[in-house]
Design a binder for this molecule. Sequence first.
Ligand SMILES: [Fe+2]
Length: 421
Amino acid sequence: MQPAATLRKQDTDARSASDMPAQTALRRQREHWLNIFRLIRSETETRAARLSSEDQVVQSMPDASPTKWHRAHVTWFFETFLLAPYARDYKIYDERFAFLFNSYYVAAGPRHDRPKRGLITRPSTEEVAAYRAHVDAAVIRLLEEADEATCDKIFPIVEIGLHHEQQHQELLVTDILHAFAQNPVCPVYDPDWTMPASRGGRDAFAELPAGVHSVGYAGEGFHFDNERPVHQVLLQPARIERHLVSNMLWLEFMADGGYTTPSLWLSDGWARVEAEGWAAPGYWRQRDGQWLSMTLAGEQPVDLAAPVCHVSYYEADAFARWAGKHLPTEMEWEVAAREGLIDDAFGLVWQWTRSAYAPYPAYRPVEGALGEYNGKFMINQMVLRGSSLATPKGHARATYRNFFYPQARWQFTGLRLVDYP
Ligand SMILES: [Fe+2]
């Protein structure tokens, strides 16, 4: 499920060419971006290849998009932000696709209603594949032939386009899992899938270094604009849990009335419990006294040692209150990850923090349509840190800020706790 190489590794390789003669360095950079472009584009197709055409059309809720739409949308991104402005003589594949496959870029023109993406039976999956091939060929030609001045402009757009595609690779998986979870025959996405092993354990806490720390992305490599500016924060004395909260602990929370005790819940969270009948994490079902969960390998018994997954911010917050502890702030999480104080920071479940998704001090979105990427969503959402089993390898980092609405449960989301003296 993960590309063999990563954007970040290749970044380093490309940059090491900086002291070579200019033409050699440019050739190496072209090769780097051609390789990584092919690799990441093919990873999207690898993830989609497990699905039938019928699977790829379904939209199971407004927040989830069809696989076919993801494949086309990330392609539209390259066509709109890279090819149209920089590839001479490029012919737009189909003028109607901009309306269908623009997600939320107001500056890029009008767009189809998000909740109606599942109604787009045409273009077919075959036509979307042809669209991808058309755009791939044009991007490859541009990368091979652009002059040096153009390369300076297009390499960063290729780079953000590939990070964008990796984000959709994760959504492709979480969205089809949500669709499959609605199907009584419990379809299997990957029969060989298992939750990656966690370090496990409980009640092991690491001391967070209290005092002033720098947070935010300080390096030279790729990062999203929301990870900057670097700034200083003050951490209070605290202990952070080394381990992710497990299914075993979650069952204790449930057995102790976690989902039936209003005093454990935020008001908005309790309203969700009542309105949606939450009594267990998302995708859990009880049969003959056994808890089962819908996974990428179909319906499986809940693994007690595995980290709890598919819980909302509201549930994570209620669990923390029940445990007599707290969710960490995103700054506490970042410092803990950087200092190596926590296990399973990456690759299992995104971890809810109690930080609202807000701009860092003096943050400004980048200019132009791509400024809509992160900044305009900085309201009413909560920050998650780390990465999940569905995140492409090398995509996330300690400063990466993921964000979702507090009621969201269809991502691979879990938690760890902090405690204050
Ligand atoms: Fe997107």
